[in-house]
Design a protein around this ligand. Structure first.
Ligand code: GDP
Ligand code: MG
Length: 296
């Protein structure tokens, strides 16, 4: 029986492995993972039950300066998500010096007075001595409640990390049902999967100007098939051409990759149809941002 909850915010610079960690912890694909920074736009609750504790994780976008309204929103989400949690997990690269962004995050964590766990990720890429120097560098910068070296990719140290999260749990009712791994509507997850494939297949300037809206999401009554219609919005007609590709080859590839992930996630066959539309400057428009779900 669940009697405790630990709300943990995962923070760290873009590309440090926050989404990978969330996915590894939950054991399913929720947060989108990409080697291009700033791909996580929405905050995602992931839920992991461990013994009598429900661990609720917030995967936040990277801490960065806002350039557009979308940027403002992302920074706001980071600030808010750090404010009402039981602990913050600061994920860092295995580099033996405290970076500028990490300093900013540590400063903000200190101001809020939230307990912080230092998570040194990607230890599969460095020697043990390097990990020790990283620990030393960060210990000199802040008094962390715990330090856990991990490889989010390989899953090393992840169990220990869950153990640390549990230490910050507070008595309380179960917030999410057992079979629920995220509070994101499935539609949103389907849209994020398509965005991930755009990032995977295209040069970075194009996917960063796209938004994906799921216009249809329905299960067929007579068969284990889900029909999904998606519209990809981009900012320029030239981008539309590139997303569609020669004879529709690029869009076909993106759709195919997305469908495979969707089927894995939903545990059912997916029939996916995609469209590409041009909507100029959507990133600077409040009403369009609301349309795409980037607001409370
Ligand atoms: P985020 O921007 O912080 O959410 O970072 P992502 O989770 O999207 O990861 C960024 C990149 O780092 C991806 O290419 C991941 O595969 C890679 N990555 C994440 N964790 C690890 C790790 O433990 N080891 C290695 N070698 N790569 C990792
Ligand atoms: Mg991410």
């Amino acid at each position: 029986m669940i009697t405790k909850t630990a709300m943990i915010s995962i923070v760290g610079r873009p590309n440090v492995g926050k989404s990978t960690l969330t996915n590894t912890l939950v054991g399913d694909k929720i947060a989108i993972v990409s080697n291009k920074p700033q791909t996580t736009r929405n905050r995602i609750f992931a839920v992991v039950n461990r013994g009598d504790t429900q661990i609720v994780l917030l995967d936040t976008p990277g801490f960065h300066k806002a350039r557009t309204k979308l940027g403002d929103y992302m920074v706001k989400v980071v600030n808010e998500s750090v404010a009402d949690v039981d602990a913050v997990a600061l994920i860092v690269e295995p580099v033996p010096e405290v970076g500028k962004q990490e300093s900013m995050l540590i400063k903000r964590i200190g101001e809020l007075g939230v307990p912080a766990i230092l998570v040194i990720n990607k230890i599969d890429t460095v020697k043990k001595e390097t990990v020790l120097s990283v620990i030393a560098a960060y210990a000199a910068a802040y008094e962390f409640a715990a330090v856990v070296p991990i490889s989010a990719l390989a899953g090393d140290g992840v169990d220990e990390l869950l153990g640390e999260f549990v230490r910050f749990a507070q008595e309380g009712p179960q917030l999410f049902p057992d079979d629920m791994i995220t509070d994101q509507p499935e539609k949103q997850i389907m849209a994020e999967i398509i965005r991930e494939k755009l990032l995977l297949c295209m040069d970075r300037e194009i996917p960063h100007g796209t938004a994906v809206v799921i216009t249809k999401f329905s299960e067929r009554e007579d068969a284990d098939i889900i029909d999904i219609d998606a519209t990809i919005y981009c900012e320029k007609a030239s981008h539309k051409g590139m997303i569609i590709g020669k004879n529709g080859a690029m869009l076909k590839k993106i759709g195919q990759l997305a469908r495979e992930d969707m089927e894995r996630f939903m545990g059912a066959k997916v029939y996916l149809q995609t469209w590409v539309k041009v909507k100029e400057n959507w990133r600077d428009s409040d009403s369009l941002l609301r349309n795409f779900g980037y607001s409370e």
